[in-house]
Design a binder for this molecule. Structure first.
Ligand code: C2E
Ligand code: MG
Ligand code: MG
Length: 264
């Protein structure tokens, strides 16, 4: 019954466009600069306030709403990039989460191609965050879609890395360009030697395969220090900033200290 209510509310929310996108900065550790952002879906519920995607993404997938919802997130985030280009903001990398089930159909390719064309975003500025789930079903079709997008210049990262299974086979098979270390390992850095070993192993694995590595869920300066020592490339987490509405993201970006290193 609860699901029935949520389903009804979700459909209404979609029709009434109660969704918005927040942006969480991603910091390059070598330079200390914000080099990218992850677009994160938010539902502004009229009574419950901001609802986190974990509470409704699964249902949205089940009732066929995930593709239209993602289409909105992607369009909104790309339009925001386009707006920023006409202000003092430089072009930063944009990461968008796509649901694995969207890769079962080739329409995902059309969606991304069309959005890029309409907003004039460089394909190389877009990074799609995937989870290993993308390969669970119809993996040949999913792989063909990923490769097609990859040929256009779109990049892929593996999200929540380390939590799934047979990660290594996927890393080899998928055209990915970055690993995102799952927050659960990052949170226990400094408390749990095994988690530290896992973080180190993911960073080393990534680098030996010529991939970039981002640590997710960085909350403390100790965690930041540790991932920096371990050679991680980028950090994302509440320590740097929680996800922000577009205008607040712009303020944060403008307030960061000037680059401490010469940028290539
Ligand atoms: P994710 O892609 O792994 O995103 C990271 C999540 O960690 C976000 O949760 C973010 O707000 C949260 N987070 C960031 N820094 C910290 C930190 O320092 N500490 C803690 N405790 N959490 C942190 P959020 O926004 O609730 O999103 C949850 C998941 O929902 C995302 O996980 C992603 O899988 C999914 N999602 C979000 N937006 C979309 C979307 O537009 N489409 C699809 N298909 N999935 C989405
Ligand atoms: Mg993500
Ligand atoms: Mg994640």
């Amino acid at each position: 019954r609860r699901t029935g209510l949520l389903e009804r509310e979700l459909r209404q929310a979609f029709a009434a466009d109660q969704f918005t996108v927040h942006y969480q900065p991603q910091r390059e550790l070598k330079t200390g600069q914000i080099v990218g952002m992850e677009a994160l879906l938010r539902w502004r519920h009229p009574r419950r306030g901001m609802v986190r995607p974990t509470e409704f993404i699964g249902l949205a997938e089940d009732i066929g709403l995930i593709a239209p919802l993602t289409e909105r997130v992607l369009a909104r985030a790309c339009r925001q990039q386009w707006l920023w280009r006409h202000t003092a903001m430089p072009t930063l990398r944009l990461s968008v989460n796509l649901s694995p089930i969207q890769f079962r159909e080739s329409s995902v390719v059309t969606l991304i191609e069309t959005t890029l064309a309409e907003t004039g975003i460089e394909p190389s500025c877009l990074e799609i965050e995937l989870t290993e789930g993308v390969m669970l079903e119809n993996s040949e079709i999913a792989l063909a879609n990923l490769r097609h997008l990859n040929r256009l210049g779109v990049r892929f990262s593996l999200d929540d890395f380390g939590t799934g299974y047979s990660s290594l086979a996927y890393v080899k098979r998928l055209p990915v360009h970055r690993l995102k270390i799952d927050q659960s390992f990052v949170h226990r850095l400094g408390q749990d030697g095994q988690d530290e070993a896992i973080v180190r192993a993911i960073i080393d694995l990534g680098h030996s395969l010529d991939l970039k590595v981002t640590a997710e869920g960085v909350e403390t300066s100790d965690q930041l220090e540790r991932i920096t020592e371990l050679g991680c490339d980028e950090a994302q987490g509440d320590l740097i900033s929680p996800p922000l509405p577009a205008d607040a993201f712009q303020v944060l970006f403008a307030s960061q200290p000037l680059s401490i290193a010469v940028r290539g």
